[in-house]
Ligand binder design. Sequence first.
Ligand SMILES: [Zn+2]
Length: 279
Amino acid sequence: MSDGTISVKLLSDGIIKFDGGALFGQVPKALWERSVEADRYNRVKLGLNCLLIQTQGQNLLVETGCGTKEPKKVKDIYSLGTSRLLRELKEHGLSPKEVHGVILTHLHFDHAGGCTRLDRSGTPVPTFPKATYYVQRAAWEEATSPNERARASYHPDDFLPLQEHAKLKLLDGDQQIAPGVWVKETAGHTRGHQIVVINNGGDRVVFLGDLVPTPMHLNLPYIAAFDYSPEDTLAKKRDLLQRAEREGWLLVFPHGEEERAGYLENVGGKRHLRPVQLE
Ligand SMILES: [Zn+2]
């Protein structure tokens, strides 16, 4: 979508599968399997959605998917497909050097994996060599000293090279990244998790991060077992969805597969998603 000032395009790094039990937390499978089918390992297929925001000559990327570094073991566990992000950027006429900024909702490998790639010697280097990478300081601190429960979700090669190459910008709370493009801290999934809010004229587009990873998570008790503070996720999700419904925000889900973006509608007191195609 575009009104001539900010253009927002939905890209994808491909497909990943997560364990359905972990993805829906305390919700029993007898309920969630009415909306989505699990494979024989109980895994559910998810998208790895990213945004391309173009404003005033700046190309900003939100999220980077899993990227190309994952070893076979990780690819097998998560049934990870081929990384598509660079190909999709190219289809929009952009090379990695033309990305000016990368906004990361948090540093789990399925969001930050594509931040770096392996060079010819096998060393991880920033995929977008001219970009500044934006992440909340609290998210960085969790990722660089994770506890036993969080450790498996973080792959240091995804983000430590950003600091080594001086490409990292740590944020403290809500901040404007470019005219009309804001990040808002919504800790709960991780410490320092942030969402991205784009104000385009009178329209608002919100990239939800793992605050609401898929349209199924619009259902308030659907909260992933990964979340470090599910009660915080719940409170922030409840508040945000109320405002989104009232004010008509266009919501973008990082892990939506068939339905990746849409508007909330209230029919007879029940909230529904009216999906839209965002390219
Ligand atoms: Zn995720």
